[in-house]
Write a protein that binds this ligand. Structure first.
Ligand code: NAD
Length: 490
């Protein structure tokens, strides 16, 4: 069967790019398998998408909340009906295991459900005047055309939790998925179209961030940019968008610490270090990448950890026996292996894994062994920079205070965890940990849709997405005061 070529979706029509060129979306577990060809879009394609969104905004902004809710309720049903197919395609193009893909789709459905309900609450909040003779209220208004730029590691969930509040608030959208995972984004768009999103309201465009990304930020009709991706690209967007007063919401990289104190439940801590360190091959923004162990339990913890890491089965995510899939692409693989070499040069000790897997089923994919470095010093690059792979950097400390200091000694501030039975130290950690989300006896990757999600320091900027604040970013306020009579209001 010929490999399918997928199109952009602009102004209610599926369309080829003006470039007449495409790029291949490949399976990272078998790079000879091309999942599909996608449009290598140009600035002229983008211009059409933005203008179509701007035209559609004039009508969509005045659509009723019930009308928008109705569309998203249908989309939720369609997502549920197609979850098996979506999970399968997600695993084929991203590499995560089928179980991880299922979890992502369920999580996306939950995010959508919550944001639809939250839109109703947030957009209908009444105001009250301090005076009996004045009526006042405030409304939240949509911004206009917004750019949604997303990464490959959560190719359904991240677009879902951005596009839902953006459209529910009455904005129109130009959405660009990452080039490793365009099919997942496209399938979500197909569902929204089928659910009834009108022409021009949601536009889908594929292509290189380096070709069309800048213009998705600098175009004068773009009123806001919601971006999830690397800190490097996020910082660039942060400089460009304010030049024409576009709002930005940036969710970026992490270097998340898990602190294990001497009184921790070690079995629980090891189980969570495995899931937060190696799920999705360590490619979650909230993955644990630094393990900060109290010296008293470090050796015992590491013995237990190595025993569990040995049980990880690396392979094709479609194989039910696999517990860790490939990394998402060749560039990822090169980046991770170069950090492993760097760690060795820096003087850390690689006590487990870290090699590219070869032979038989591994030769055609981007497979790497889960890795553990010990004797890591906080100032080493492997303890400072986001590797975004299945690599745990372990540091031993002598006290809670030292653990806290090491945990905070990075430029990122996304997520953190502490494992202890001591409530006083746990709460001190919660107060002093420099992150956007923190946990006690839970993995760094744990989140629920009703809470805001975003980092601080170089991990996040602007109003965080999801939760109660998710929709706020996509709106602006208007306060209205009415004097119903002709009384003097001085
Ligand atoms: P990336 O920054 O390379 O790409 C993200 C998106 O930005 C892609 O769609 C890409 O095409 C686009 N892009 C690239 N250059 C651009 C430019 N100049 N202007 C505008 N857009 C541009 O990131 P990635 O490799 O896709 O994803 C991995 C990164 O995402 C990691 O750093 C990870 O921590 C981060 N991430 C963060 C969160 C979070 O919520 N904080 C969640 C998931 C992933």
């Amino acid at each position: 069967m010929a490999t399918k070529t997928y199109l952009n979706f602009i102004d209610g029509e599926w369309a080829k790019s003006d470039s007449e060129e495409t790029f291949a979306d490949i399976n990272p577990a078998n790079f000879r398998e091309v999942i599909g060809f996608f449009q290598a879009s140009t600035l002229s394609d983008l211009e059409r998408a933005i203008v179509s969104a701007a035209t559609a905004f004039e009508k969509w902004r005045f659509s009723s909340l019930s009308e928008r809710e109705e569309i998203f309720r249908k989309a939720i049903v369609l997502l549920e009906q197609r979850k098996e197919k979506l999970a399968l395609e997600l695993t084929r193009e991203e590499g995560k295991t089928l179980q991880e893909s299922h979890k992502e789709i369920l999580s996306a459905i939950n995010e959508m459900r919550f944001q639809v309900g939250q839109a109703r609450r947030f957009l209908s909040e009444p105001g009250t005047s301090g005076r009996r003779d004045i009526v006042c209220y405030s409304v939240r208004q949509p911004l206009g055309v917004v750019s949604i730029i997303t990464p490959w590691n959560f190719p359904v969930n991240v677009p879902c939790r951005k596009i839902t509040p953006a459209l529910m608030a009455g904005n129109t959208v130009v959405f660009k998925p990452a080039s490793f995972t365009p099919l997942s984004g496209l399938m979500l768009v197909e569902i929204l179209i089928e659910a009834g999103i009108p022409k021009g309201v949601l536009n889908f465009i594929t292509g290189k961030g380096s070709e069309i990304g800048d213009r998705m930020v600098t175009h004068p009709l773009i009123k806001a940019v919601s971006f999830t991706g690397s800190t490097e690209v996020g910082m660039k967007i942060c400089q460009q968008a304010p030049l024409h007063m576009a709002k930005v919401q940036l969710e970026m990289g992490g270097k998340n610490p898990m602190v294990v104190l001497e009184d921790a439940d070690l079995e629980l801590a090891v189980k969570d270090a495995i899931s937060a360190g190696y799920a999705c091959s360590g490619q979650w923004c909230t993955s644990t990448s630094r393990l900060i162990l109290h010296r008293e339990i470090a050796e015992q913890f590491l013995d237990l950890l190595v025993d569990e890491v040995r049980k990880i089965k690396v392979g094709d995510g479609l194989d039910p026996k696999t517990t860790m899939g490939p990394v998402a692409g060749e560039e990822q693989l090169k980046k991770i292996t170069s950090y492993i070499e760097l760690g060795k040069k820096e003087g850390a000790k690689l006590i487990f894994g870290g090699k590219r897997l070869t032979g038989y089923r591994y030769d055609r994919g981007f497979f790497i062994e889960p890795a553990i470095f010990t004797q890591v010093k906080p100032e080493m690059k492997i303890a400072q920079e986001e590797i975004f792979g299945p690599v745990l950097s372990v540091m031993a400390v002598d006290s809670f205070n030292e653990a806290l200091k090491v945990a905070n000694a990075v430029k990122h501030g996304l997520s953190s965890s502490i494992y202890t039975r001591d409530l006083v130290r746990a709460m001190e950690f919660v107060n002093k940990s420099e992150v956007g989300l923190t946990h006690i006896n839970l993995p760094t990757s744990f989140k629920e849709p009703q809470l805001p999600f975003g980092g601080i320091k170089l991990s996040g900027y602007g109003i965080p997405e999801a939760g109660r604040s998710g929709i706020e970013f996509f709106t602006e306020n208007k306060s209205i005061y009415i004097n119903p009579g002709s009384e003097n209001t001085e």
